[in-house]
Design a protein around this ligand. Structure first.
Ligand SMILES: C[S@@+](CC[C@H](N)C(=O)[O-])C[C@H]1O[C@@H](n2cnc3c(N)ncnc32)[C@H](O)[C@@H]1O
Length: 230
């Protein structure tokens, strides 16, 4: 088997013209080439990847695995937090949110409002992440109630509690607003808790994708078993 490459390297072959602000552009091939030696017989291995090599954006533990086998493996150890983002005006941060949710093994990402979203920022990570759609906040709330998930709204609105000191519920939906309008009034009313991220500069708010990363990582710090990370 060839030596695995850096698991954190991006493998999507993007050109400079395609590169966005959150992407590393590399012309070097990453991943692994064709399997050397006798092929493994485990069903999880994909004959096509064994034959041609595996250049996907996956950690080395999953090299040459079929995609459904990877998803099933992550499903067995996903965290019980969900992430939701309002998409009433086509929020451009959803790809970033999906990618970060994938990295932290979130149970699912929920898109509230418009079904369409720009997949580019997800860097193909959506293939391994459950992404669901809800027409409105009421439907998302119903989903959360049925599963015993507390809705935690994230915005720096009056009455919100600092996420730096608040304890996040273990089983929850972290709900983010979109660029511009922020969280809808409906979303704030549906929440069991509203948390804000402390700011110290002049801007009224930070980017929604960045805010999602900070709050997801707060959940990780409070609830995850770090001995199971890569
Ligand atoms: C760019 S903000 C827009 C609205 C913001 N309330 C304002 O007045 O400018 C978009 C989303 O990012 C998240 N966000 C941005 N900054 C935040 C902060 N300091 N605390 C909590 N959430 C924040 C929230 O989910 C918010 O709805």
């Amino acid at each position: 088997m060839p030596a695995p490459s850096d698991p954190h390297a991006e493998t999507a072959v993007a050109t400079e013209a395609e590169g966005g602000p959150t992407e590393w552009i590399t012309r070097e091939e990453v991943g692994v080439g064709p399997w050397e030696g006798p092929w493994p017989t485990d069903e999880r291995y994909d004959p096509e990847l064994l034959e041609n090599g595996d250049r996907r954006n996956v950690v080395d533990a999953y090299r040459y695995w079929r995609r459904p086998a990877i998803v099933a493996d992550v499903d067995a150890r996903r965290h019980p937090f969900h992430v939701a983002i309002e998409n009433f005006q086509h929020d451009h941060n959803i790809g970033t949110v999906v990618r970060t949710a994938n990295a932290f093994a979130a149970a699912a990402v929920h898109i509230v409002g418009r079904r369409r979203w720009n997949r580019r920022g997800a860097m193909v990570t959506d293939r391994y992440q459950h992404v669901e759609h809800h027409a409105d906040v009421a439907t998302l709330t119903e989903y959360a109630t049925e599963r015993g998930l507390a809705v935690v709204a994230v915005d720096n609105t009056p009455g919100s509690r600092p996420v730096e000191t608040a304890e996040l519920p273990r089983d929850c939906v972290l709900l983010f607003g979109q660029e511009g309008p922020g969280l809808s009034a409906e979303a704030q009313q549906a929440a069991a808790l509203v948390v804000s991220i402390a700011q110290f500069g002049t801007t009224r708010s930070i980017n929604a994708g960045v805010a999602a990363g900070i709050v997801m990582h707060t959940w990780i710090r409070q609830h995850a078993d770090l001995s199971t990370s890569w």
